[in-house]
Design a protein around this ligand. Structure first.
Ligand SMILES: [Zn+2]
Length: 149
């Protein structure tokens, strides 16, 4: 995805999968990390992400999704360097929809190391999403305690 740098405005290409967090090629400012995934790419894009991930399970026909997605993108920009936002079109991801027991969309998940830290079903106002996300991220274990296999 092409993302403008929040600091200098230069457009950067942000990869869906990377071992570190994306930085601006020009000024090295942290970039908002936006990506997409489906059934096939989910393990690489989400479960092995070096940053916590907000998963937005949406569908093109879903009106509330169109209200929530821009708010999530704002939060991702605000938390650049600390968060990755991954959009999953649930129509194209039947296995993920089943795995996360998606019964209504949007369904939002906060994930870290493949584990779901929090979920939110249905649309919510921006301030509710922000509080939900902050609480989910605050509940994550400290970096030093996180072992990697
Ligand atoms: Zn920049």
């Amino acid at each position: 995805m092409i993302v403008p740098c929040p600091d200098c405005g230069k457009k950067n290409r942000v990869p869906g999968v990377a071992s570190g967090r994306p930085r601006c090629a020009h000024c090295h400012h942290d970039l908002p990390w936006l990506a997409e995934a489906g059934d096939a790419g989910f393990a690489d894009v989400v479960e092995r992400s070096p940053l916590p991930v907000v998963v937005d399970l949406w569908a093109p026909w879903c009106g509330p999704c169109r209200m929530v997605s821009p708010e999530l993108e704002k939060l991702a920009a605000e938390k650049a360097g600390r968060l990755k936002l991954v959009k999953v079109n649930s129509d194209d991801a039947p296995r993920l929809s089943q795995r996360f027991q998606v019964q209504a969309i949007p369904t939002l998940l906060v994930m870290r190391d493949g584990k779901v830290l929090a979920n939110q079903v249905g649309a919510a106002p921006a301030r509710v999403l922000r509080t939900w996300l902050d609480q989910a991220l605050a509940g994550e274990p400290a970096a030093a305690q996180r072992g990697r296999p």
